[in-house]
Design a protein around this ligand. Structure first.
Ligand code: HEM
Length: 324
């Protein structure tokens, strides 16, 4: 669902990925799975897999850099086709193209007076790939975790459902909720508790965090007063997960799911950073909140949720998720 949404936001195309297969989406998903095999997490998960020796043979056959390159080229060529399609409609009917502009991200990039005329197609492909990736997996994870925490916290689920009843009317079906939201685009701003559920889920399970390459002569001080000077080029990763679970920032109930801490009037600690911090924080936070709010509004009263996976806390500060 979040892929369908981001595709509309970027190119105004409807992919219908929940009903049909799409080459670009399949390649993208394959790319992410394969790329994670090369990551430290991928190596760690392989190391603890009892079937690793058998698996390695098939992995090595199926995952190679040339294979990754091929998958990337499928994503790139499809994105290029979308971009070129839009650029050619621009040159054939400049005026109508502009007036018909749906204000998607590609439109904004192409009409930007400083950027649009200068950007090469391959640069646009790279930018849009970033949006495509950054804009769907994170939001999907946030919605999934919201369902997970609600399924474990009946009081929060009851309060969320009561808010939806208040705002949309008792027993309103999803189609009616959607109609009300379309008729009054600001209606979602009344969903304060729903938004707090999303923020609290993002606190406990932030799906992303910033990493920066250390410049020359860079040093930082830890909370214990030690000074650390990573060599130039080392990637420094700020763990939002650790900050979000720190009792010194959130209090003794730091590990508990308590959406109330985000209700209006409660100060939000500076240590809250699911979207990173300025100057280069996430450009899509408003869209992500909006998507998650609307999806919860449409589904949370229609379905009861229960987790299909078990979770084990194996290392301090690390949660590993194993499908049963
Ligand atoms: C709950 C959902 C989301 C979370 C938790 C999230 C989180 C983040 C984080 C932590 C960063 C890194 C910022 C940094 O490097 O300091 C980031 C970057 C980014 N996000 Fe999001 N994001 C979400 C949804 C979205 C959406 C919906 C979009 C698309 C509209 C989006 C577009 C981007 C882009 C383009 C970047 C790259 C910025 C850059 O390279 O400087 N994100 N996001």
């Amino acid at each position: 669902m979040t892929i369908d949404i981001i595709a509309r936001v970027i190119f105004s195309i409807r992919l219908h990925t929940q009903k049909t297969s799409n080459n670009m989406v399949n390649a993208f998903s394959r790319l992410l799975t394969d790329a994670s095999e090369f990551s430290p997490t991928g190596h760690f998960l392989r190391a603890i897999n009892p079937f690793r020796y058998y698996k390695r043979i098939s992995d090595e056959r199926s995952i190679s850099f040339s294979h990754l390159k091929l998958t990337i080229s499928i994503v790139d060529s499809q994105m290029e086709a979308y971009i070129k399609g839009k650029i050619s409609s621009k040159s054939t009917a400049e005026k109508s193209w502009k007036s018909a502009s749906q204000g998607d991200i590609l439109d904004l990039a192409l009409t930007d007076p400083e950027y649009g005329s200068e950007a090469s197609t391959s640069e646009l492909v790279d930018q849009l790939k970033t949006f495509f990736f950054a804009g769907h997996d994170t939001t999907a994870s946030t919605i999934t975790w919201s369902y997970y925490f609600l399924s474990h916290t009946p009081s929060a689920l009851a309060r969320l459902r009561a808010e939806l009843d208040d705002v949309f009317g008792v027993d309103t079906l999803p189609a009616d909720v959607a109609r009300q939201l379309n008729a009054d685009p600001k209606l979602h701003t009344k969903l304060e508790y729903t938004l707090s559920v999303i923020k609290e889920s993002l606190r406990l399970e932030p799906p992303a965090a910033p990493a920066r390459e250390a410049p020359a002569n860079y040093a930082f001080r830890t909370s214990t007063g030690a000074t650390i000077a990573p060599p130039k080029g080392v990637m420094v990763y700020t763990s939002a997960w650790l900050l979000h679970h720190n009792p010194r920032v959130w209090g003794e109930d730091a590990n508990e799911f308590r959406p109330e801490r985000f209700m209006p009037g409660s100060p939000i600690p500076w240590g809250y950073m699911p979207f990173s911090k300025r100057p280069r924080d996430c450009i899509g936070s408003t869209l992500a909140y909006l998507e998650a709010k609307i999806i919860l509004a449409l589904t949370a009263r229609q379905f009861d949720f229960e987790p299909s996976v078990k979770f084990y806390r194996v290392l301090k500060g690390t949660v590993l998720h194993f499908a049963q």
